[in-house]
Design a protein. Structure first.
Length: 230
């Protein structure tokens, strides 16, 4: 889905700026986002590392709201990796049928639970390499888990982070891995986790894909795209 409203004029390329200038502008934007969102964190509901991992897998191409609605029944039936590892994916599917791609996700979370039991004593690994070996876990999911559970500096690039990175002039890329690299150069390492969550919240609440609220945006003065949607 395109980030931009269908009726607006074709956007001109954003002006280039030095890395130093971009970092200075990013620091101001981050201060504004912190004032707006405080200590932003994931909006996925979870009680254990296992629940967070499964919730993040389920959230791919789905909303956190839909995952939060489905997860209580799922975790009531399968409260830990050992329980889910014994499940038949066909029995899991009805519990998450309200979530997009629920059939493939049911197979992935059962396979992931089995891998956790067989290879990690039922625990969620703390390294990106081991996380990305799990079924249904890509770099974005691994980065979320690392940042939220273990405080490892990481920026997970989902559709909101990617969209804001481009609109704010922090990246010119569509590829999430390249966007991640650009954001890692832009923000200090100790701010990566917060920046990830804050950009997501701002993308959901203000800088939406089709109808960004530029007049009501607290960071519009530092956004090179502010005149593109009015």
């Amino acid at each position: 889905m395109s980030d931009e409203p269908g009726r607006r004029r074709k956007a001109k390329a954003l002006p280039r700026e030095t890395l130093t200038a971009r970092r200075e502008r990013a620091a101001v934007i981050l201060d504004q986002l912190r004032a707006l969102y405080g200590e932003a964190r994931t909006e996925l509901d979870y009680r254990t590392p296992f629940e967070l991992l499964i919730a993040v897998i389920l959230s791919a191409q789905a909303t956190d709201v839909s995952v939060n609605k489905a997860s209580p029944a799922l975790f009531s039936a399968y409260p830990d990796a050992a329980a889910l590892a014994e499940a038949d994916p066909e029995d899991v599917m009805p519990l998450i049928s309200s979530i997009g791609l629920f059939r493939s996700k049911a197979r992935n979370i059962v396979a992931t639970a089995r891998a956790l039991v067989q290879e990690h004593d039922g625990q969620v690994p703390s390294s990106r390499e081991e996380l990305m070996k799990l079924p249904g876990v890509g770099r974005k999911t691994a980065n979320v888990v690392l940042g939220v559970l273990y405080g490892v500096p990481a920026i997970a690039v989902d559709t909101h982070v990617g969209r804001l990175a481009r609109r704010l002039g922090f990246s010119r890329h569509d590829n999430p891995d390249k966007v991640e690299q650009d954001l890692m150069k832009t923000f200090p390492e100790e701010e990566w986790v917060f920046a990830h969550h804050a950009l997501i919240l701002h993308g959901r609440r203000v800088c939406k894909a089709r109808r960004p609220d530029c007049p009501g945006c607290t960071i519009r003065d530092w956004c090179p795209s502010r005149d593109r949607f009015t």
